[in-house]
Write a protein that binds this ligand. Structure first.
Ligand SMILES: Nc1ncnc2c1ncn2[C@@H]1O[C@H](COP(=O)(O)OP(=O)(O)OP(=O)(O)O)[C@@H](O)[C@H]1O
Length: 240
C-alpha cells in the first residue's frame, strides 16, 4: 500500500460516513462557571472529504477537533469513527484510535527539536509495534512523500517553517491514518509556504485521505470541498 492509498475499510463501509455525531454536546465547568462550547451538534463527515471548520474565536472549533481526535469525550450525545463509539470508548480504546486511525497536524508543528526529521516521523510509529524494517521503510516513504527525502537527517532548527510542517505531516501519515485532523496548519507560515502546504494536503486528499482542518484562513477554506462554520457551539454548513 502506498502512502496515499486510503485506509482499507470493510467491504460494507465505504458508503457509511467516517464520522457520525448525533446531538453531541460538551460542557466544561470551572470554578462553578459553566461553558458550553458544543451544543447538540449533528454532523456526518464522509470518507475522503476535505472539510474546513471556521468560526469566531471561542466558538468551539478546538473542542470539536479534540472530540474528533479521540482526545476527549462528549458530555452527551453519540460520536462514532467508523465502528468505534468514541463517546463510550475506554481510555485504552481512545488511545488506540489516536495511535492507529487519526493523524494530527498543529499550527506550531510540535516537532521535537533535538531529533532529526526521520526520528520525529518515527516517533509517530512507536505505538504501532511494527518490525524495525517496516518502521524504517514507512519513515523513508513518508519523508519522500512530502518531498523531504534529502532532509531526513536535519533537525527542525535546520529546516524552514514549511519544511517543518511537512515533517509533521510525514509523521501524521506514516501511521496510515483514516483521517488527518489539522488545527491552523498554515497559521505560522508565510503565503508561499502556506500554498506549498495546501498543495500537499490537497494531494493527500486526492489520494483518498479524509481531511478536517480548523482554520481562520479563507485561502485554506477555498480548497475544501465542504466548509463548516461553528459559532456559539452550533454548526452550520456554509459550502456554496
Ligand atoms: N478544558 C477547558 N476547560 C474549560 N473551558 C474550556 C476548556 N477548553 C475550552 N474551553 C472553553 O470553551 C470555549 C470554546 O473553546 P475552543 O478552544 O473550542 O474555541 P475555538 O473556536 O477553538 O477558539 P480559537 O479560535 O480561539 O482557538 C471557550 O470559551 C473556552 O474558554
Amino acid at each position: 500500500m502506498t502512502m496515499t492509498e486510503p485506509h482499507i475499510d470493510a467491504p460494507n463501509e465505504p458508503t457509511t460516513p467516517l464520522y457520525r455525531l448525533a446531538d453531541v454536546s460538551k460542557t466544561y465547568t470551572q470554578k462553578k462557571r459553566v461553558v458550553k462550547p458544543l451544543v447538540g451538534v449533528d454532523l456526518e463527515i464522509a470518507r475522503g472529504d476535505f472539510v474546513t471548520i471556521q468560526g469566531p474565536t471561542g466558538g468551539g472549533k478546538s473542542t470539536l477537533l479534540q472530540l474528533l481526535g479521540a482526545l476527549d469525550r462528549p458530555t452527551s450525545g453519540r460520536l462514532t469513527l467508523g465502528d468505534t463509539d468514541l463517546a463510550a470508548a475506554s481510555n485504552a480504546a481512545l488511545g488506540s484510535a489516536r495511535a492507529r486511525e487519526i493523524g494530527f497536524v498543529f499550527q506550531g508543528f510540535n516537532l521535537i527539536p533535538t531529533l532529526t526529521a526521520s526520528e520525529n516521523v518515527d516517533m509517530g510509529l512507536e505505538p504501532l509495534g511494527l518490525a524495525d524494517a517496516e518502521r524504517r521503510a514507512r519513515v523513508a516513504e513518508a519523508l519522500a512523500h512530502v518531498g523531504l527525502a534529502d532532509r531526513a537527517d536535519h533537525r527542525p532548527g535546520e529546516l524552514s517553517g514549511g519544511q517543518q510542517q511537512r515533517v509533521a505531516i510525514a509523521r501524521a501519515i506514516a501511521k496510515r491514518p483514516r483521517v488527518l485532523l489539522a488545527d491552523e496548519p498554515t497559521g505560522n507560515l508565510d503565503e508561499s509556504m502556506r500554498d506549498e502546504i495546501l498543495d500537499l494536503l490537497q494531494a493527500l486528499n486526492d489520494g483518498g485521505l479524509t481531511l478536517i482542518v480548523v482554520t481562520h484562513d479563507s485561502a485554506v477554506a477555498r480548497r475544501a470541498s465542504r466548509r463548516l462554520r461553528l459559532e456559539k457551539g452550533t454548526i452550520r454548513d456554509i459550502t456554496r
